[in-house]
Design a binder for this molecule. Sequence first.
Ligand code: GLA
Length: 397
Amino acid sequence: MTHRATQLMTLPELADRATADFKQALGRDPPWIAAAPGRVNLIGEHTDYNDGFVFPMAIERYTVVAAAPNGLRQITLRSASVEGVATVDLTQPLRPGPKGHWANYPRGVIAGFLARGLTPVGFDAVINSTVPLGGGLSSSASLEVATATLLEAVTGRKLDPVEKALLCQKAEHDYAGMPCGIMDQFISTLGRENHLLLLDCRSRRFELVPMADPSVAVLITNTNVKHELTGSEYPTRRRQCETAATALGVPALRDASAALLEQNQNRLEEVIFRRARHVIGEIARTAQAADAVRRRNWAQVGRLMFASHDSLREDYEVSCAELDAVVEIARDLGPAGGVIGCRMTGGGFGGCTVALVETRAVEAVMQKIRADYARKTGLEPTMFVTRPAQGATLLRD
Ligand code: GLA
């Protein structure tokens, strides 16, 4: 999906675009339009599959699915920017399509509805998105959640939101082969305007923490690189965390303290020790950051963000030169230059950084990052400011 033309569209504008694209492709109006946002994680990275805490927000970048019934027992899926039509035959058992194909995300979600006995009528759908693809802002989760939201309208059955997020997570596991945690699908489903969401990934209880201070802006910088390690390294990290938890005698790293880890250092392989140290430290930082946001102690939030990045780079080893370059530029600017904190966000090995910036300094910070990042890496970053956005919505049904 390309986002050149759509990058700066508001949600209503994107819905208009989706309607126009649908009309052009299929010659009629779409009675259903569903949308779901991408996300950025302020802090709490690689903690979700350790039963820990995450602290993300939905962003003002969305995937929109427009659809109309077709009177057949099949679903057709078109992407506004990729040639071709993917078809789902509702009379046959559903299976994943070719590895890496974008339609696997909606296919997996359709499979989740079928597994619950919720069979939709046949329909045609066209997908538009302003979430940068593969940029670490959960373009795939937004596609899954938008599809699930559309299917709620088509089947007339609204799912419990947590069940909906879990259904989408399972689609990602089974149809895209990515053993992700629950964070991305959860925030895309349950995000709230002007709020961060503190999620306990074990109990799935969450708290919406207001984030509407006009003096602080969330700046996202896309390094515009994606190292191919992402796919293979993620499951390895998951396994290393399980190894650490088993060695420490706890159900998940969530249950281990820094002291327990220290006591057992000699019994752990060095790399496993460092992985566990990141996760245990990051879970603590996430709780502290939530507390600091509640008290609007931005300086403290910023320190925790930088510490998170260092831990992800040194102990968890999921950063890369380009992410480090952005964070170093931000760190050099520091409070005097209007930067409160900055870190990589998402799975790592490329994608985006998230920074908290004094609103009055946003333009200057963007200019500096753009210039220095180009000098250091020879690459152009993409940057934008976003407020915490609303989770999935049905725009038309
Ligand atoms: C990816 C996964 C999430 C989470 C992050 C790292 O975005 O989809 O579940 O594990 O990486 O925090």
